[in-house]
Ligand binder design. Sequence first.
Ligand SMILES: [Fe+2]
Length: 400
Amino acid sequence: MQTTTPDKELAQQNWPWWPLLPLYPYGKKRTLCKELIPNQIWSFEQLQGIYYVAVPVRLIVVKVPDGLMLYNALPVTSELLKGLSNLEEKHGPVKTIVLPTASGLEHKIALPSLARSFPKANLWLCPGQWSFPVDLPLSWLGIPQKRTNFLFDDGLPYKEIFDWLSLGPLDIGLGRFQEVVCFHKKSKSLLVTDSLIAIEVKPPELFNFDPTPLLFHARERGEELILDTPKAREKGWKRIVLFASFLKPTNLSIPPLLEVLNNAFKPGLRNRKSHFGIYPFKWENNWESSAMTIIGKNRPLIQIAPVLERLVFPRAKELFINWLDEVSSKKKMRWLISSHFSEIVSFTSGDVNTLKRKILAKPWPSQKGNWSFLSWLDTKLLKLGIVPSDPIKNFKDLDL
Ligand SMILES: [Fe+2]
């Protein structure tokens, strides 16, 4: 059931910088802390999304010899800082903050405030950082130059603890895609940002604090009340997964405006939380079976995120496969810890090989069904010359 959050607790969740990237839940970010590997790895997660299409985004904390290393940034709230301070008391200070992605705006946006919160921590950034719409120098974006290093270019932190592997770089037109994943040798865990995700049927725990996004999308029309049942939560989650993965899934249509407005503003729905009863989507038959192609029924389904597969890697399959080979060479790998969707899942070299086989057996790039919209978008960007036809050309001489 929905938990009532006292005012004091709500104040701990303030994120004043939300207008920089106005994503749900905007200025109030609930943070959930979990210990993933006892005394070694922890996760702090918040929700983020557009139009109630919200998924978890994560900061991962790893114990290092002199304290703690943060992998990825999250919007800094008092609640997050309190959780980190609790870990610091037991395991030592935050020594290092890693931004392992060049392109993931949702991971970059909070880095300046996180860096200010830990003024003694060294920063390690994925090379090739860029900003949009104007590519500004890092110091203008609030990243402290004096304590900033670049992964590979300036060396690598804690090489005795981690193996650092680069996925990319790739030229995606507006800038560079690159992600630096790290393999934590002691726990045999692979830490990733966007490259691999695992999706399960059960909605993420964060929704227990406010399941509105799930329930909002569990309806067929805007006139239906937002009602909380376990079935509605699961149904809403499956639809959110489809939205987040394919942007416009195939079993979804946009009803005429008049129909949307006719169903809106009904009693019980005339409030912001219900978006005043405006629900501009119509789900057709088979939406659920198409969702289950990317959701694991009995265990989280490990995959390359569809948006990444279709918009970043459509012309770089070989590079992705080579990277998977590099990942599967890590001895006795046990866990995948991702910055989105399921936080920790069992992950062995066998799982990597299964994924590789699946990718090699399917059409790449995919064009049909749920992939149609992403395929259309990629073709359009290619035709307009916004994305290059050879994303690797400019980086062929790089030695990572
Ligand atoms: Fe991301």
